[in-house]
Design a protein around this ligand. Structure first.
Ligand code: AMP
Length: 283
């Protein structure tokens, strides 16, 4: 695996690969890798001829009071793990390589960026879209891999790709969880033992929603009330949002018809965690 820090160099390498007619798979990450990231990496290795992973903690997607400085980083460990998986190239640009001084250009997907996480993280998806479009332009992948864990991000990026006529295919992979249900996240590292237990309330509330729908309950307000009560009983948890929305446009739905998305964001202590599940009346 070759580690590359500079845009010029990664472009040179990729154009060489493309001129041989090989396909390029791309997995953008912020590092501190776990099995969730690795599921995307394995899929890329399975599908594409050459796999490029990026690690870049993107300052543009963190708010001023968010955890950019504390965000966990361990490049040595991440490189080892990716090498073992069989990744071909690891792109790790410095912040000023991506955002040189005086940087002015940003990409927004209106409306979708203001829902769910966008409400409590203004500017977050603008930062995500900007960095992902830049990385797409630099890497020029045929296919890229994202996780359903960040469902809204995937919806927004697909919309961006469609509306900006990008040719890259975007594949969304299932959420990887711990044995007890907790969705893997780099931010789980922040949790104390007690908080780690409390964090189970996210996946439990989503399972409860799924089970209610399974038993014929399709009224969103009733399901959300039950979920909020469940999360409310956990003293370390503070709800940011609990919503049931259309799986495509992310607007709240009054009833679960065919398919909807249940999405939660909950503070466990100071750590904001997100999780989601598809609710289906057709299972
Ligand atoms: P991040 O490093 O948090 O920016 O995540 C990089 C990619 O990994 C994103 O596409 C995430 O949606 C995906 N991802 C993060 N956690 C998980 C998980 N538990 N299961 C599957 N994919 C994940």
């Amino acid at each position: 695996m070759k580690v590359i820090k500079k845009i010029d160099e990664v472009r040179r390498v990729i154009s060489g690969i493309k001129s041989q007619g090989k396909s390029v798979g791309f997995v953008p990450t912020m590092g501190y890798l776990h099995e969730g990231h690795l599921s995307l990496v394995r899929e890329s290795i399975r599908i594409a001829d050459v796999t490029v992973v990026s690690i870049f903690v993107n300052p543009a997607q963190f708010g001023p009071r968010e955890d950019f400085d504390e965000y966990p980083r361990d490049l040595d460990r991440d490189s080892e793990v990716l090498k073992k998986q069989g990744v071909d190239y690891l792109f790790v640009p410095e912040a000023d390589e991506i955002y040189p001084q005086g940087y002015k250009t940003y990409v927004e997907v209106h409306d979708l960026q203001d829902k769910l996480c966008g409400r409590s993280r203004p500017g977050h998806f603008r930062g995500v879209c900007t960095v992902v479009l830049k990385l797409f332009n630099i890497i020029d992948p045929d296919i890229s891999f994202f996780g359903q864990k960040d469902y809204q991000q995937a919806v927004i990026l697909k919309r961006m790709a469609k509306e900006l006529n990008l040719e890259v295919k975007i594949d969304v992979m299932p959420i990887i969880r711990e044995g007890d249900g907790l969705a893997l996240s780099s931010r789980n590292k922040y949790l104390t033992q007690e908080e780690r237990k409390a964090a189970l309330v996210l996946s439990r509330s989503l399972e409860e929603a799924k089970s209610m729908v399974g038993k014929g309950q399709t009224n969103s307000a009733t399901i959300i009330k039950e979920m909020k009560e469940m999360i409310g009983r956990e003293s370390l948890a503070k709800i940011d949002y609990v919503e049931i929305v259309d799986a495509e446009n992310l607007d709240p739905v009054a009833r679960v018809e065919k398919e909807a998305l249940a999405a939660v964001a909950v503070f466990i202590g100071k750590v904001r965690l997100i999780d989601n599940i598809i609710l289906s009346t057709e299972e």
